[in-house]
Design a binder for this molecule. Structure first.
Ligand code: URA
Length: 239
């Protein structure tokens, strides 16, 4: 999943606030290095994480960062909020201000939340046609039944967004608990789907995104970096 890319001359032009024409001699003189190698090609494609120097001075040196958090209840899935604590407030990482969220969980939902500074990765994961699964453990107010399973599998039309939900998996664990698998992320989707079946969600905890499981060693509010394998192997296509 590539990071966002750009042309080298355009990057330097924008960074240095000079014209692209003015960038040409700078490149021709061999003053620019990309990832440690002198680069004279103005059409060289770079990305957010290419290390770029001019006369040895750093123009860009970003390290990709991928975190999973066990989101607690009562915290907003946002980078800023005037009223409530946000998931970013829970991090004590030095790069936390550069992170964005890969999808959201409602204020009272808990569980697996991903944060990154790699917009190429997050966009790829969030693309509707990627159909990356999200798995939730849900507790409801009234006993679960086969009709609800069938309704989730069939998809439900919501006039609010004039769309029918994709087939969703509902695996009943006991009368009041189930695992739900979605391949999309509509506004309050699980709550609205259960409401359509005359049921009410009491708690909602995300346990997996694609192949990535929430690390059980993370208590509510804790986070950790993803391994390189977790970053690359996350995508699945289940339904
Ligand atoms: N569906 C919901 O209703 N809420 C969430 O937080 C996630 C999925």
């Amino acid at each position: 999943m590539p990071a966002k890319s750009a042309r080298l001359d355009r990057f330097i032009s924008s960074k240095m606030a000079i014209s692209q024409k003015a960038v040409r001699p700078i490149l021709a003189q061999g003053r620019v290095a990309v990832d440690g190698c002198v680069c004279r090609d103005r059409q060289q494609i770079i990305n957010t994480f290419s290390r770029i120097t001019l006369d040895g001075q750093i123009l860009q040196a970003n390290t990709p960062l991928y975190l999973m958090m066990n989101k607690p209840k009562g915290v907003v899935s946002a980078t800023r909020d005037d009223q409530h604590q946000t998931v970013i407030d829970l991090l004590d990482h030095p790069e936390r201000s550069k992170l964005h969220l890969v999808g959201r969980l409602d204020f009272n939902s808990t569980g697996l939340l991903l944060l990154t500074n790699d917009s190429g990765w997050s966009q790829q994961l969030m693309k509707p046609d990627q159909k990356v699964s999200k798995r939730y453990r849900v507790t409801v107010n009234s006993p679960l039944d086969q009709q609800t399973v069938d309704a989730f599998a069939a998809g439900m039309y919501f006039a609010y967004e004039d769309a029918t939900t994709r087939p969703a998996g509902l695996n009943i664990i006991n009368d009041y608990e189930a695992e739900v698998t979605l391949t999309e992320g509509r506004y309050h989707q699980i709550k609205r789907m259960f409401a359509r079946c005359n049921n009410k969600v009491l708690s909602l905890h995300r346990i997996a995104i694609g192949n990535l499981l929430l690390d059980p060693s993370l208590s509510a509010g804790q986070s950790r970096e993803l391994s390189a394998a977790e970053v690359t192997d996350i995508t699945d296509q289940v339904i």
